[in-house]
Unconditional design. Structure first.
Length: 200
């Protein structure tokens, strides 16, 4: 299978890319590195990526930004970061993917536990994650060519505990192998319109 992974150099992306590269052809896309460059906050950049990399059978996005800050300190521009990057960036991957991807391809988006269990300073990230969840369920009703769209939503992953544990008091870290298996389920399974939650 020819799999395009956007964000394959991050904490989760590295493990996901390593797993799929063992038995599939993996193309890595990143803003500044990879086999192809893409900035998902820019529609033109996404379209150029799809034009450059053809015959893709699966797209995995593990990218997108949203600002973490106290609600009282957030202005409209702060919310726009998440809306343009993590939300519309992933929506546009699907919207344009519907045009360029092969029949029966799959698209896997990435959200997180904040959609269901937010913590302080995450009004933007929680809003964006929840929006993607609703989008995935709705787009499945209309997308053509047998394209499957799912989202993987994980909790605090083991490899990020040192950096983020203080934000998630009492949360059980999610083993990295469980997170990777969620992406395998989305790509190699038959599910569609699913939010694959891995919270413990």
């Amino acid at each position: 299978m020819k799999i395009l992974i956007i964000g394959g150099y991050g904490t989760i992306g590295t493990k996901v890319a390593d797993h799929f590269s063992r038995s599939h052809e993996v193309i890595l896309a990143g803003r500044n590195n990879g086999d192809v460059q893409v900035d998902i906050s820019k529609t033109e950049s996404i379209e150029n990526m799809y034009r450059e990399v053809r015959d893709i059978e699966a797209v995995i996005c593990i990218a997108g930004e949203a600002k973490w800050a106290p609600f009282a300190d957030m202005d409209e521009a702060d919310y726009t970061i998440g809306l343009q990057s993590k939300l519309m960036g992933q929506v546009n991957l699907v919207r344009l993917g519907a045009k360029y991807l092969k029949e029966g391809a799959s698209i896997t988006l990435t959200t997180g536990i904040l959609a269901d269990d937010p913590v302080p300073m995450t009004t933007s990230a929680a809003m964006v994650n929840g929006g993607i969840h609703s989008f995935v369920k709705a787009v499945d009703l209309e997308i053509k060519k047998g394209i499957r769209v799912n989202a993987v939503s994980s909790g605090l992953v083991e490899d990020a505990v040192e950096k983020y544990e203080s934000y998630f008091p009492g949360h059980n870290p999610v083993p990295m192998d469980k997170v990777v298996r969620a992406y395998v389920r989305s790509v190699e399974g038959k599910g569609r319109g699913e939010i694959i939650r891995i919270y413990e």
